[in-house]
Ligand binder design. Structure first.
Ligand SMILES: Nc1nc2c(c(=O)[nH]1)N[C@H]1C(S)=C(S)[C@@H](COP(=O)(O)O)O[C@H]1N2
Ligand SMILES: [Mo]
Length: 393
């Protein structure tokens, strides 16, 4: 690929903020500290989690960089950045969440395979770029198409990074054509993050953003868009990022029996407290985030300071100071909601939070009932053990 190149080792990695918690160095996987995560509605780029499967690609010459659109279309085309920049520019505030968020907690019930994450493999950014629906129109695909006369039904995104799981091949994923060509789905080819040029860690020069869907489908360092009859056959779609029941383990897994995970389920986590929180008796501030998939809003965040026996509702907001009402037209529909509550604590207890989305989906109480061998989608109630003693903050 002219202009963009994928190193095969880790000698050319970008610099990163020293305060990130590094879960794996090569490939680089890191998340911010809990408190940093909820100190702003829009996550600063340097504190946005970084999830990679190989070394970070390098742009040598942005003028020569192009995305090849090919597959089941009449006229394959190379699109250069100048072609993408010419299209109407949209800003979409969207939360990206890795399906492996909160995996470390799931692995405590029973061993799982994958990079460990605390609760911060999630972030909310303002992505700037062209709508994929507009890009596809450039090559003759109409808006809101479900299937093309050629049989094209899926849009595959192929990167250039060298991933171990693909035997050195690139990361790839696909979404249905109907979602890709629906302007309301807000799927972007993004070249900006929070008003700045996208940086290398997050996909420079161009990445896909699929709002409301697990992060794994938002392919970074886009090289090729392939219109296909079938969904992507790559490792990360067919043999990873699928949700299996607790009865399936490595000796009896049949990958083809499950569909690739797309929408993420309703989630919330407390970020102002460590899992074991030491304090003196008195007031405690409970702050965190809640998010759901598919553009569903957050109806409620229930908080308990007696281990889940009784509950009260936390206050929630997107824009600071503006109360949030689920599914209101003025909301950022693809973005998380931050929440806050206060309580008086006099003795050791468990503080628990659970969110309810606009479809009344609720987080499951226990992690054991959603345990799966890859440790994805841990959305169980987030539980903090509070002990009375000297503060550890
Ligand atoms: N090319 C490429 N795209 C990728 C990945 C990757 O390793 N390579 N990781 C995916 C996963 S699993 C997630 S959760 C998000 C993370 O995006 P971020 O690093 O910008 O937070 O990117 C996705 N896109
Ligand atoms: Mo991910």
């Amino acid at each position: 690929m002219p202009g963009l190149r994928a190193p095969s080792d880790y000698t050319n990695e970008p610099s990163r903020h020293p305060d990130l918690v590094v879960n794996s160095k090569e490939p680089f996987n890191a998340e911010p500290r809990r408190l940093h995560l909820v100190s702003s509605y829009v996550t600063p780029v340097e504190f946005f989690y970084k999830r990679n499967h190989g070394p970070i690609p390098i742009v040598d010459d942005i003028d020569r960089y192009s995305v090849t659109v090919t597959g089941l279309i009449e006229n394959p085309k190379d699109l250069y950045m100048k072609d993408i920049w010419k299209l109407p520019k949209y800003f979409v505030t969207a939360t990206l969440q890795c399906a492996g968020n909160r995996r470390t907690a799931m692995s405590k019930t029973r061993k799982v395979k994958g990079v460990g994450w605390d609760v911060a493999a999630i972030g909310n950014a303002v992505w700037g770029g062209a709508k994929l629906a507009d890009v596809l129109e450039l090559i003759g695909i109409r808006k809101n198409s479900n299937v093309l006369p050629s049989g094209g039904k899926h849009v595959e995104f192929i990167s250039i990074d060298k991933c171990k799981e693909e035997n050195g091949g690139p990361y790839k994923a696909s979404i249905p054509l109907s979602q890709a060509t629906n302007p309301e789905a807000d799927v972007l080819l993004a070249y900006e993050m929070n008003g700045e040029t996208l940086n290398r860690d997050h996909g420079y020069p161009l990445r896909v953003i699929v709002p409301g869907v697990i992060g794994a489908r938002s392919v970074k360092w886009l090289d090729c868009i392939n219109i296909a009859a079938e969904e992507c056959q790559g490792f990360f779609v067919q043999r990873d990022y699928k949700m299996f029941p607790p009865s399936v383990d490595w000796d009896n897994i049949k990958w083809s029996t499950r569909r690739p995970q797309m929408d993420f389920p309703v989630q919330c986590a407390i970020c102002s407290l460590a899992d074991v929180h030491m304090m003196k008796p008195g007031k405690i501030k409970i702050k965190g985030y809640a998010a759901s998939g598919g553009g569903r809003g957050i109806e409620r965040i229930d908080v308990s300071v007696d281990g889940g026996k009784t509950w009260f509702e936390a206050s929630k907001f997107q824009k600071p100071g503006v109360p949030y009402v689920s599914d209101d037209a003025s909301n950022d529909k693809w973005a998380w909601v931050l929440f806050e509550a206060e309580a008086e604590i006099s003795q050791g207890t468990d503080i628990v939070a659970k969110a309810v989305d606009s479809a009344a989906n609720v987080q499951p109480e226990n992690v054991a009932v959603i345990w799966n061998l890859r440790g994805i989608l841990n959305t169980s109630w987030h539980r903090i053990n509070v002990r009375i003693g000297h503060s550890n903050l």
